[in-house]
Design a protein around this ligand. Structure first.
Ligand code: GUN
Length: 297
């Protein structure tokens, strides 16, 4: 007997999962308040007036309001020196009322991201960018997990997607996404992990082998249908703003995956927007709550 089944995939709804996590956090904030404990306080450091960064920070501020956190916004001109910015970071490190903070990236070219990240106190580093928190992934005593990879792992977990023994192929080896995500998939997910990057020769040969394909490079449309195995799980971590006159904002967000043609081959796939993006914010909130619980139990 032959069967003609219409192929269907499950859309991984990051907005829904992030909403559930935010509800859980809101409840914990209410309980802390009732117990007379400190309300989490997240601070944002934004340098310059990059439109995309401003939008991301606006979303993070809104998330703080939604769950009942306190927040502080600190803005600096893009002419600020690395030394002056470092001094502000040390001041926030020493401000007992601030439980966690982030320095929104990118920074202007005259400021070293590495120098600035090194200044952030690891127990307030709710983005999980510091070396201490990178090491947290394999630490017996995790402090604060890198936020975007943590969000991806949580999405897989909440959709009951098995990673143990699976071949996960990560495209992009960035310090804040690909590298920590690869470590988490191996360490916590017990997956066999291949990391591909800009020096990889014949990318398609690797992506075609992936049971779980995770892509975060910022190149819209990089992953085409011929690069994906039938039944794969595809996680798109790319976010690139592209001009789009049909949108009221004048732009739309594009992932790294050619969603329309790739989705029919998948078992699960994340959309952009509405997939990993909201989970980064949910992780940031989870980390801020954890930072507060550690410093003010
Ligand atoms: N720029 C783009 N994504 C991020 C992020 O997750 N955190 C910070 N601090 N900056 C970013």
């Amino acid at each position: 007997m032959t069967e003609t089944a219409t192929k269907s995939y499950t859309l991984i709804d990051g907005r829904k999962i992030a909403g559930e996590i935010k509800q859980e956090i809101t409840q914990k904030v209410i309980e802390r308040k009732q117990a007379g404990k400190k309300i989490p306080h997240l601070a944002f450091i934004l340098v310059g007036d990059d439109g995309a960064s401003q939008t991301y920070v606006d979303h993070k501020v809104k998330a703080c309001k939604d769950v009942g956190f306190h927040y502080t916004m600190m803005r600096f001109a893009d002419t600020i020196s690395e030394e002056k910015l470092s001094k502000h970071i040390v001041a926030v490190n020493n401000d007992d009322d601030v439980d966690g903070f982030i320095v929104q990236l990118p920074l202007p070219p005259h400021i070293s991201v590495e120098h600035i990240t090194d200044k952030i106190r690891p127990d307030k580093d709710v983005d999980g960018f510091t070396n201490r928190n990178f090491g947290s992934i394999v630490s017996k005593v995790p402090l604060l997990m890198p936020a975007t990879p943590f969000g991806v792992i949580e999405l897989l977990r909440r959709y009951n997607i098995e990673t143990e023994g699976k071949h996960a192929v990560v495209v992009g080896a960035s310090r804040i996404v690909g590298a920590p995500l690869s470590m988490m998939l191996a360490e916590h997910g017990h997956a066999t992990v291949t990391i591909c990057h800009k020096y990889t020769v014949n990318l398609k040969a690797y992506t075609q082998m992936a049971d779980i394909l995770l892509v975060g490079v910022g190149k819209p449309g990089l992953i085409t249908a011929d690069m994906v195995k039938e039944g794969a799980v595809v996680i798109d971590i790319g976010t690139t703003r592209v001009e789009d006159p049909s949108k009221p904002t004048g732009y739309s967000m594009k992932g790294d995956v050619d969603f329309k043609n790739v989705a029919p081959k998948c078992s699960f796939i994340t959309p952009v927007p509405g997939g990993v993006g909201p989970m980064t914010i949910a992780s940031l909130l989870l980390n801020t709550l954890r930072a507060t619980e550690l410093s003010h139990p």
